[in-house]
Design a protein around this ligand. Structure first.
Ligand SMILES: *[C@@H]1O[C@H](CO)[C@@H](O)[C@H](O)[C@H]1NC(C)=O
Ligand SMILES: *[C@@H]1O[C@H](CO)[C@@H](O)[C@H](O)[C@H]1NC(C)=O
Ligand SMILES: *[C@@H]1O[C@H](CO)[C@@H](O)[C@H](O)[C@H]1NC(C)=O
Ligand SMILES: *[C@@H]1O[C@H](CO)[C@@H](O)[C@H](O)[C@H]1NC(C)=O
Length: 579
């Protein structure tokens, strides 16, 4: 399965390996490439580049392309003025959002059981409100999208789903893992089932799961959580028939990661296969077009292409963007966004996640009575565990670190992902777990009252200090709570308490749940990066409900009084989330 990669690796031509970087982001000459995209985005008619590529066409793509050609012929060799472009859009496009119809999940009901386990009355009332938010985040794609997919950037999906919220109007891949876990607690089994079916449908259509439900996400994925979604659903339903039906598709997705996202690396004379994020599309992202163009200004064509591929790989990692992916000219984990080299890094969290996928696939085969296939996945997990230990584990520091393929060395900065193998239980010796807890305690990352920051570097990017993200809190807390020591489990509870307090304080101030929070803010939303902080918010709600379920008997809302009449320094209006 990795023969091709081995060849490429030994010939040191890793970047160009096995592919054609000139692939467009998708086949649409309106949403992914071409003069309309270029002119509309560079004219900056909208605050967010995602706005234009989410608009619906009023006529067939050929007709709209021809109309634009005619308009350009009237004014040859000039960029059309903004007013002309706006007029063109008014005639040929509809506002984003027209692909959905109102939909309230029919399996939503009052008072799911888990609420009863929450002792603190404030927290219980709040959990009920979070539970209610699923109703405003439900979306159903209109039949028109199925009949005329060419008029939409929206990818048709057979079942309704829950979206993250804000600018994220469509389904997202890794977000949905925490959303589904929340839905299962909310006893919305049918909605969860439908979302998983959508992802299975996407694997069958594309061979993998795109980042989100838009054509401009068609050539990149996101952290592979589908197998864990199925595991969550199976634990809630014990539905073996569903498992039997889903399993071949889960294996197909696993095959994509092993075939298209793996590299062989030799450490201490032994060869190991590990995975990375890697997208062979060397053009600006349509939904962040001008950011990508501006960032690449002044670079050679080859460097531009490489940067755009690595930005896409950064988006595929879910950590878009982060100092974690920087490699400067000296090969150090240092620099700026322009030095993003995601594809040249073997990430700890991706490999931990694939290790957990391998173990989970083995367990599915075992449940279904196929011992041979179970044994094959057990062997894959054992090989992965060995590779993670040989390449990513650092005995002296007592944690796992991303591996730099250019310098053949590890990156020793603190990132929350350095603890991911704890969560996946992807290590052989129990003392490695205890060492990792010591590493965390001395890292400096536990000193903040409002959660664990993504990193300790203030780069201005979203996936760095001072932002704390719900999925990362959940992965860390579950990792610690898996450990046998009382000390680690107490720490897990303390972190859950801090996180719940942060979410709760923000909710009391703003009446909203946010995609991320500031570790210093006592309920302040996070910031930085390419867009304003978004509210809604799928994974935040899912993680809060999970922690409230797991620790509901002991969590408290605290005695902190929130002053009334606080000013709301929010740029986004709540109505955005209802679009
Ligand atoms: C563009 O111009 C051609 C030639 O005049 C015409 O046949 C065609 O209908 C025009 N297209 C649109 C969409 O207006
Ligand atoms: C537009 O540019 C092309 C190529 O640069 C040139 O051949 C053509 O004459 C120009 N047209 C006008 C009207 O200036
Ligand atoms: C994966 O890589 C193979 C070549 O090794 C290629 O044929 C295939 O199209 C790739 N799959 C996807 C989904 O990109
Ligand atoms: C990163 O680069 C800056 C500026 O060149 C330099 O001062 C700093 O020492 C570098 N840090 C590391 C860890 O290499």
């Amino acid at each position: 399965m990795c023969r091709l990669m081995l060849l490429c690796f030994s010939s040191a031509a890793l970047v160009a390996c096995g592919g054609d970087a000139s692939l467009p982001p998708c086949d649409s000459q309106i949403y992914c490439t071409g003069p309309i995209l270029h002119q509309v985005q560079t004219a900056k008619l909208f605050d967010d580049d995602k706005y234009f590529v989410d608009m619906k066409l009023k006529a067939a793509p050929d007709v709209v392309l021809s109309a634009f050609q005619n308009l350009s012929n009237e004014m040859p060799n000039v960029t059309l003025p903004p007013a002309k472009l706006q007029e063109f859009l008014d005639v040929n496009f509809e506002k984003p959002g027209s692909e959905f119809e109102p939909w309230t999940p029919p399996d939503w009901h009052d008072k799911p059981k888990f609420l009863e386990g929450i002792a603190d009355q404030n927290l219980r009332d709040w959990a009920e409100k979070i539970h209610k938010l699923w109703k405003s985040l439900g979306r159903k794609i209109r039949a028109g999208v199925k009949d005329h997919p060419e008029l939409y950037s929206q990818i048709y999906l057979p079942n309704p789903f829950v979206v993250p919220g804000g600018r994220f109007r469509e389904i997202y891949y890794w977000d949905s893992y925490w959303i589904i876990n929340g839905l299962l607690l909310s006893e919305m089994t049918d909605t969860a089932h439908g979302m998983i079916q959508n992802f299975l449908y996407l694997v069958n259509r594309y061979g993998f799961i795109p980042n989100g439900g838009r054509v401009y996400y068609e050539r990149r994925s996101q952290p592979p959580f589908l197998t864990l979604m199925v595991e969550s659903y199976y634990q809630a339903s014990k539905d073996k028939d569903f498992l039997r039906e889903a399993l071949p598709t889960l294996e197909r997705e696993y095959g994509f990661w092993m075939e298209n996202r793996s590299v062989a690396v030799t450490v201490d004379g032994a060869q190991h296969v590990l995975n990375r994020y890697h997208v062979e599309v060397g053009l600006p992202r349509p939904e962040s077009y001008t950011d990508d163009l501006e960032l690449a200004e002044g670079l050679s064509e080859a460097r531009k292409e490489q940067l755009w591929m690595d930005l896409r790989a950064g988006a595929e990692s879910g950590w878009d963007f982060s100092s974690r992916w920087y490699i400067d000219g000296d090969g150090h984990n240092n620099g700026t966004l322009k030095e993003t080299r995601t594809s040249q890094i073997l990430p700890t969290d991706l490999n931990a996640l694939l290790c957990l996928n391998e173990k989970t696939l083995a367990s599915f085969h075992r449940v279904l009575g196929d011992g041979d296939s179970a044994a094959a996945y057990d062997r894959a997990a054992a090989r992965r565990q060995e590779a993670v230990e040989a390449v990513l584990w650092d005995e002296e520091r007592g944690a796992w670190f991303d591996y730099n393929l250019l310098t053949h060395s590890k990156h020793f900065e603190f990132y929350q992902s350095n603890l991911a193998p704890l969560w996946a239980q992807c290590y052989s010796r129990p003392e490695m777990g205890e060492k990792a807890v010591q590493y965390l305690k001395t890292s400096g990352a536990l000193q903040f009252p409002n959660g664990v920051p993504t990193s300790l570097r203030e780069s201005g990017q979203q996936w760095d200090y001072p932002n704390a993200w719900p999925p990362l809190q959940h992965v860390l807390i579950s990792g610690l709570s898996n450990l046998p020591s009382e000390d680690a489990r107490q720490l897990a509870f303390d972190l859950a308490q801090r996180w719940i307090k942060t979410n709760w304080l923000a909710y009391t101030k703003y009446d909203a749940m946010f995609e991320k929070y500031d570790v210093n803010g006592d309920g302040k939303p996070g910031g930085g990066g390419e867009y304003e902080v978004q509210l809604g918010f799928g994974w935040t709600n899912g993680v809060a409900l999970q922690l409230l379920d797991q620790y509901g008997a002991s969590l408290t809302s605290g005695s902190q009084q929130v002053s009334s009449g606080v000013a709301l320094p929010l740029v986004i209006s709540v109505s955005l989330m209802l679009q």
